[in-house]
Ligand binder design. Structure first.
Ligand code: BV8
Ligand code: ZN
Length: 259
C-alpha cells in the first residue's frame, strides 16, 4: 500500500467514527498559487525585516513602510487563485460532509482556502483582506484595490488604520485559538500542510493533536521539526499530493459497503 493509500485509510477510518479531520496549514499550501512562503529562498522575510513590518512597534515606528509590505502581499494575494491543494481540501470537505467535520485551521492571511470553497476556516493570524482602527472599534473587509495614501486613517475617529493581521508579539484571536485547540483535542486525523511548524502558539496545535491520539499526516517537500513525530510524511508539493490523497479517499468512500 502506498503512503497516499495509507493516509487515505487513516482519513476514512477517522471519518467512519465521526472524528474531525483537521487540516492545519501554513504558507506552503499557497506557494503554488504564487504567494511566496515566509522562510523559503524567495521568502518574504528575505526582502523585509519582520521586526519592522510584522510587529506593532515597527508599525508605529514607520506605518507607511508596514503598509507598503502588507499592500505588496495583498496585491499578490488578490492576483492569486486557489491551487489544486486548496481545491482538494474543499473537495474532501464536501466528500466527507455526511461523515465528519473537516475544518481548516490556517496560519495564512491570503484568504485562498475560502476562495477554494472550504466553508469552515479558522484564520489564526488574521487576514490581509481586512483592516481595523488602532483606536476605535472600526474594522472592514472592504479594502480598496489600492489606497491613495498610506498609511490610511480611520473615517470614524481619524486614528491610524492597520492590517487586521496578528504581528509577532501580539496575541492570537482568542476565540479562533480556543476553537482550534478544541479541534486539535478531538481530531481523529490532523493533516499538517505546508508549514515549517516554527511559529508559536499555532505550531503547538499538531502536538496537542498528537498527545490525544490523533494520527498526524505531514504534507511538505522538506522535513520539519514535526517530521520525526508524524505517522505519515508525504514528501512532495501540496498541489500534487493533496489531489492524489483526495482521489484515494474518494476511491475508499465509493468502495465502502452500503455507499
Ligand atoms: C505571541 C502574519 C505573545 C504576519 C504571522 C521573541 C519575541 C517576540 C515573540 C517571540 C519571540 N520568540 C518567540 C516568540 C513567539 C513568536 C514566534 O513564534 N516566533 C518564532 C519566529 C520563533 N510568536 C508570536 O509572536 C505570536 N504571538 O507569541 O504573542 C503574547 C502572548 C499573550 C499575550 C500577548 C502576547 C504571533 C505569531 C504570528 C505572527 N504573524 N503572520 C503578517 O503577515 O504581517 S507569522 C507568519 O510566519 C505566518 O503567519 C506563519 O505563521 C509564519 C510562517 O510559518 P509558515 O506558514 O510555516 O511558513 P514558512 O515559510 O515558515 O514555511 C513554509 C513551509 O511550506 C516550509 O516548511 C516549506 O518546506 C513548505 N512548502 C514550500 N512549498 C510547499 C511547501 N509545502 C507544501 N507544498 C509546497 N508547494
Ligand atoms: Zn477609529
Amino acid at each position: 500500500m502506498t503512503e497516499i493509500e495509507q493516509a487515505a485509510e487513516l482519513i476514512a477510518d477517522a471519518a467512519a467514527n465521526g472524528q474531525p479531520i483537521v487540516a492545519f496549514t501554513g504558507a506552503g499550501v499557497s506557494q503554488e498559487s504564487g504567494v511566496p512562503t515566509f522562510h523559503g529562498s524567495n521568502g518574504i522575510w528575505q526582502k523585509y525585516d519582520p521586526g519592522q513590518v510584522a510587529t506593532f512597534d515597527g508599525f508605529l515606528d514607520d506605518p507607511a513602510l508596514c503598509w507598503r509590505f502588507h499592500e505588496e502581499l495583498r496585491a499578490l494575494c488578490l492576483r492569486s487563485r486557489p491551487n489544486p491543494a486548496h481545491l482538494a481540501l474543499a473537495w474532501i470537505e464536501r466528500a466527507l460532509s455526511t461523515h465528519a467535520p473537516t475544518p481548516v485551521v490556517t496560519q495564512n492571511i491570503d484568504g485562498l482556502h475560502r476562495a477554494a470553497g472550504s466553508t469552515r476556516v479558522l484564520e489564526l493570524h488574521g487576514s490581509c483582506h481586512r483592516m481595523r482602527c488602532i483606536e476605535c472599534e472600526f474594522s472592514s473587509d472592504e479594502m480598496p484595490t489600492q489606497f491613495g495614501v498610506l498609511p490610511p486613517s480611520c473615517g470614524e475617529c481619524g486614528a491610524l488604520l492597520r492590517p487586521d493581521v496578528v504581528w509577532f508579539g501580539e496575541q492570537l484571536p482568542s476565540d479562533a485559538m480556543a476553537e482550534a485547540h478544541r479541534l486539535a483535542e478531538s481530531a481523529g486525523v490532523m493533516l499538517v500542510i505546508g508549514t515549517s511548524a516554527t511559529v508559536q502558539p499555532a505550531a503547538s496545535l499538531p502536538v496537542v493533536a498528537l498527545r490525544q491520539g490523533a494520527a498526524l499526516i505531514e504534507v511538505n517537500p522538506e522535513q520539519t521539526p514535526l517530521t520525526p513525530m508524524v505517522d505519515l510524511s508525504l514528501q512532495g508539493p501540496a498541489g500534487t499530493t493533496l489531489p492524489q490523497l483526495a482521489e484515494a479517499v474518494g476511491t475508499l468512500l465509493n468502495s465502502a459497503p452500503g455507499e
